[in-house]
Design a protein around this ligand. Structure first.
Ligand code: MG
Length: 296
C-alpha cells in the first residue's frame, strides 16, 4: 500500500473538488510509473493541520557559533580623565543629569524607571530590568559615562556586564547593543568585550579603565533606513570613542543584536535608547552624564 501525503502532492495533482481518493490513487500510480518524483518533500514529517499562525522559528545553532577570540584588540591606556565631561552642550537633550530618571521608563511595562539614583549617579537595579528613554531618536550623537563597581566579581561576560542599545526595537534586549562590561584584564570573546558592537564588531582597541574608575562612550548613530516594503535601504552606522580612543570607525551593522544566530534587520522607525540590566550576579554598574544631540 502506498501512502502519499497531500501536502507533498504538486498543485496540479491536488483535487479541486472533494474527490481526493480517486485523485490520490491516480497520483500514486503516476509515481509508481516514474512519471513524477517525490523529492525532499517525501522525507519531511507529515504536517499537522492547524488554524494557529506559525510560531517564530527557534534560533538555530549555539551562542558559541558567533563568539570569536582573535585577533585580540590592542590594549591602549587612555589619557587621564579622557572622555569625561562636566556637562552637556547647549543643544543637547539631557537624558540623565544626576537628579532623576524622568526621561526613562522600565522596558518591560512602560512604568517609571526604578533604577537607584543617589549622589548624582544612577545604579542598575537588576530586578527591575532594562530601562529606555521616553523619547525616540533617529540619528544622533550620544555621550554617557559608566562605572564598573570596584568590588566587581565574576569572570568573562559575568563580570560587570551592561550595555547601551543604540536603538531599542522591543522588549528585553531587542535592538543594537554597544557592549558595556569590565574588560580590564578580563578576557572574553573579542566581539563581546567592552566597546564591541555585540557579536558583530570587536573594538579597534581595548581602552578600558580599571573597575571603580569612570569611563566614557561618545557615539554617533546613523539609523538604518528601510524601503516601503520593509526591506533594508541602508544599514545602521556606528562610530564610537571609548575614553577618547576610537573603537568603532563608521562600521555598517549587519542587523540587530542576536545572542544566537546571525544578525538581521527588521524595519523600524525612531527608537528609544536602552540601558541593559544584565542578569549576571556581579554587583551592578552605575551611569552618569547621559546626553544626546539629534543629528539630521
Ligand atoms: Mg551587555
Amino acid at each position: 500500500m502506498i501512502l502519499v501525503s497531500l501536502a507533498c502532492v504538486p498543485p496540479s495533482f491536488r483535487p479541486l473538488t472533494p474527490r481526493p481518493a480517486m485523485r490520490i490513487h491516480a497520483f500514486a500510480l503516476a509515481a509508481l510509473a516514474g512519471l513524477v518524483t517525490l523529492p525532499a518533500c517525501a522525507q519531511q514529517p507529515a504536517q499537522q493541520p492547524s488554524s494557529q499562525p506559525a510560531a517564530p522559528a527557534a534560533p538555530r545553532g549555539r551562542p558559541e557559533d558567533t563568539e570569536f577570540y582573535t585577533p585580540v584588540p590592542p590594549v591602549v591606556t587612555p589619557a587621564p580623565g579622557a572622555g569625561l565631561t562636566t556637562g552637556a552642550p547647549s543643544d543637547a537633550i539631557v537624558l540623565f543629569d544626576g537628579r532623576d530618571l524622568s526621561q526613562w521608563v522600565t522596558v518591560s511595562d512602560g512604568s517609571p524607571a526604578r533604577w537607584t539614583v543617589a549622589d548624582g549617579i544612577v545604579t542598575v537595579l537588576k530586578s527591575s530590568g532594562n530601562i529606555e528613554t521616553k523619547r525616540r531618536f533617529t540619528n544622533y550623537q550620544l555621550h554617557l559615562e559608566w562605572r564598573v563597581p570596584p568590588n566587581v566579581t565574576g569572570t568573562g561576560q559575568a563580570r560587570g556586564n551592561s550595555g547601551v542599545f543604540l536603538a531599542s526595537t522591543g522588549k528585553g534586549d531587542a535592538g543594537y547593543e554597544l557592549q558595556i562590561m569590565d574588560s580590564y584584564q578580563n578576557p572574553t570573546y573579542v566581539n563581546g568585550q567592552a566597546a564591541s558592537i555585540y557579536k558583530q564588531y570587536p573594538p579597534l582597541a581595548n581602552a578600558s579603565r580599571r573597575p571603580g574608575e569612570w569611563q566614557a562612550y561618545d557615539v554617533t548613530w546613523t539609523a538604518p533606513t528601510f524601503n516601503a516594503d520593509g526591506s533594508l535601504k541602508s544599514p545602521a552606522y556606528v562610530t564610537a570613542f571609548h575614553n577618547g580612543v576610537l573603537v568603532q570607525n563608521h562600521v555598517a551593522l549587519k542587523g540587530q543584536t542576536l545572542y544566537i544566530g546571525q544578525p538581521s534587520y527588521t524595519a523600524h522607525g525612531p527608537s528609544p535608547i536602552k540601558l541593559q540590566a544584565h542578569g549576571d550576579p556581579s554587583p551592578p554598574l552605575s551611569f552618569r552624564n547621559i546626553w544626546v544631540r539629534e543629528l539630521p
